[in-house]
Design a protein around this ligand. Structure first.
Ligand SMILES: C[S@@+](CC[C@H](N)C(=O)[O-])C[C@H]1O[C@@H](n2cnc3c(N)ncnc32)[C@H](O)[C@@H]1O
Length: 287
């Protein structure tokens, strides 16, 4: 098994056999090729055009290790150190959540509504890899953008990506939610916070990702409530609050937004039709 073509056939078979889901099984060939590109530097097109290319002993050794880790369930993004979000090739490592395609909805909703918001800052809470703040920085040039992250490991990854793609427009702050933000300074607050309950049955399948990015107390709603409450202070009148959440949490999040007197409360669905992002406008002055 010395050539690229032989390796692709062999590793695709291994990945398909180890796949835990239908989606992983269908992605086996693609993943095999992406790992090969990561190690050899050869594009997927070049791999298929020149399958007779010889792999060096070191390349083969690295590839065997990576495929074994992938067969053991480690996410591809942590193995290649990269994940695309909003067309940005973000660097990634195990300290930060892997950005999900569904989260692009949060960015789309923010961009649709930004022109009608009062003047003021954009604050992204729990930035992780920096994905959401950086997507906004590609599209918005007339408002300060602040990304907040509490945990050191994620902060380092965000810092790297913000240097790379922030265009000097994203300020990164280590803090808990809105603790460091001045009263009535934000026009838009958005977050994809941790929202799984501590006994959520999906947690074992997510064990490679940081639990601090996933779990929010026994209800899954503790951080969402803290953010809603803090937004009453940090948001300007008319400030938009956008929150990503689990597909079964829409009614609970709307109810929390109502409790804190947010207006025009609604929930938007993702491409699969699941309730995914709830929003409301802060109309009143600080209570
Ligand atoms: C679900 S992840 C979202 C990461 C990224 N925004 C994304 O969408 O891919 C939640 C993030 O919130 C951060 N976090 C958790 N508690 C926090 C807190 N009290 N203050 C600020 N960030 C927090 C976690 O470290 C994690 O990076």
């Amino acid at each position: 098994m010395n050539t690229v073509g032989e390796w692709l056939a062999h590793s695709s078979r291994l990945l398909a056999e180890a796949a835990r889901t239908e989606h992983d099984r269908e992605s086996a060939e693609l993943e095999s090729s992406l790992l090969t590109a990561h190690v050899t530097g050869r594009s997927r097109a070049s791999q298929f055009a020149f399958p007779e290319t010889e792999l060096s002993r070191d390349q083969l050794h690295s590839l065997q290790q990576l495929v074994q880790r992938r067969c053991d369930g480690e996410p591809l993004a942590y193995l290649t150190g990269e994940r695309e979000f909003w067309s940005l090739p973000l660097s990634l490592a195990a300290g930060a959540l892997i950005p999900r395609p569904d989260t692009e909805l949060l960015v789309e909703l923010a961009l649709e509504r930004l022109p009608k918001l009062p003047a003021g800052d954009i604050i992204e809470l729990g930035t992780g890899s920096g994905a959401i703040a950086l997507a906004l920085a590609q599209e918005v040039s007339d408002r300060p953008i602040t990304a907040i992250e509490r945990h050191d490991a994620a902060l380092q990854i965000a810092q790297h990506n913000i240097r790379q793609f922030g265009q000097g427009r994203v300020q990164l702050i280590q803090a808990s939610w809105l603790d460091c933000i001045a009263a009535e300074s934000a026009a838009l607050i958005l977050s994809n916070p941790p929202y799984l309950a501590s006994d959520d049955p999906h947690l074992p399948t997510l064990h490679f990702e940081p639990q601090t990015a996933l779990v929010s107390g026994s209800s899954g709603l503790e951080d969402i409530e803290q953010i809603i409450e803090a937004s009453c202070r940090a948001g300007k009148p008319g400030c938009l609050l956008l929150l990503e959440h689990g597909q079964e949490q829409g009614a609970s999040v709307r109810s929390l937004l109502d409790d804190y007197n947010f207006e025009q409360v609604q929930t938007c669905r993702d491409l699969s039709g699941h309730e995914r992002v709830s929003l409301g406008y802060r109309q009143e002055r600080v209570r």
